[in-house]
Design a protein around this ligand. Structure first.
Ligand code: SF4
Length: 198
C-alpha cells in the first residue's frame, strides 16, 4: 500500500481513492502511479495511525511541504488528516498543504473550513473552469452544477482560516479560460497558479 511518495521536492500523502468528481484530465485515468509511487490505487484506505507511521518513516526536514493529494479527494478523510497533522506538529516543524477539488462542504454536508484553522497551512483548489456549465462538463461532479458555486464559497471561507488559499488550473484549458479563472481567483481574494499535473 503506497501512502507516502515524493513529487519534486515535496512529500505527498495518499489517503483515499474516493472522489466526487470524474475529471476528463484526471491522471488516474492514464497511469497507475505518480512521482515515486508505482501505484496509488489502495486496496483499502490506510488508518490514521498507518498514515502517521508512514509519514514518520521519512526525513521530514528535507521536504518544504507535506501535501495531502494522492489518487482521490482528501476531504473524505479530513478528520483523520487533521488528527495526523496535529500529531505531527506536536514534534515536527512541517508545512502542510491539502490539494482538493474544493467540494468538501458538499461531500461532508457542512462548512468544513473552520476545522482547518491552526492546523493546515495551504489549501490548493482545482478550479479548472470559469463557470458552472464548463466545470460540470470537464469535472463531472456528482453534485451537478451547484458544485462550482460551492467551490467558490469554500475558497472564500477557507481563506478566513488558512494562511494561503490557491486556485489552480491545468495548463491545457486555453489562454482565454486561464485568464477568466485568474479573474475569479482575484474576485475571491485567493492566489492563482497554473499547473501541469493532477
Ligand atoms: S478531483 Fe482530482 S482525483 Fe478527483 S477526478 Fe478530478 S483530478 Fe481526479
Amino acid at each position: 500500500m503506497m501512502i507516502t511518495y515524493e513529487v519534486g521536492e515535496n512529500l505527498y500523502i495518499n489517503t483515499t481513492n474516493r472522489c466526487s468528481n470524474a475529471c476528463e484530465f484526471c491522471i488516474r485515468t492514464r497511469q497507475e502511479g505518480y512521482g515515486t509511487a508505482n501505484s496509488l490505487w489502495l486496496k483499502e484506505e490506510p488508518t490514521k495511525e498507518e498514515i502517521l507511521e508512514d509519514i514518520l518513516k521519512r526525513d521530514l526536514e528535507k521536504y518544504p511541504e507535506l501535501v495531502f493529494c494522492g489518487f482521490g479527494e482528501p476531504f473524505y478523510r479530513i478528520d483523520d488528516i487533521l488528527w495526523v497533522v496535529k500529531k505531527l506538529k506536536e514534534t515536527k516543524l512541517v508545512t502542510v498543504r491539502i490539494n482538493t477539488n474544493g467540494l468538501g462542504d458538499l461531500i461532508l454536508g457542512y462548512r468544513v473550513s473552520p476545522k482547518l484553522e491552526g492546523i493546515i497551512d495551504i489549501v490548493s483548489i482545482s478550479l479548472n473552469a470559469s463557470n458552472a456549465k464548463d466545470y460540470d462538463a470537464i469535472c463531472h461532479p456528482e453534485f451537478g452544477e451547484q458544485s462550482f458555486e460551492a467551490m467558490l464559497t469554500f475558497a472564500k471561507t477557507a481563506k478566513e482560516y488558512v494562511p494561503l488559499v490557491i486556485f489552480s488550473v491545468v495548463d491545457v484549458i486555453g489562454t482565454e479560460e486561464i485568464e477568466a479563472c485568474r479573474r475569479i481567483a482575484k474576485d475571491c481574494g485567493v492566489e492563482f497558479r497554473i499547473r501541469d499535473e493532477l
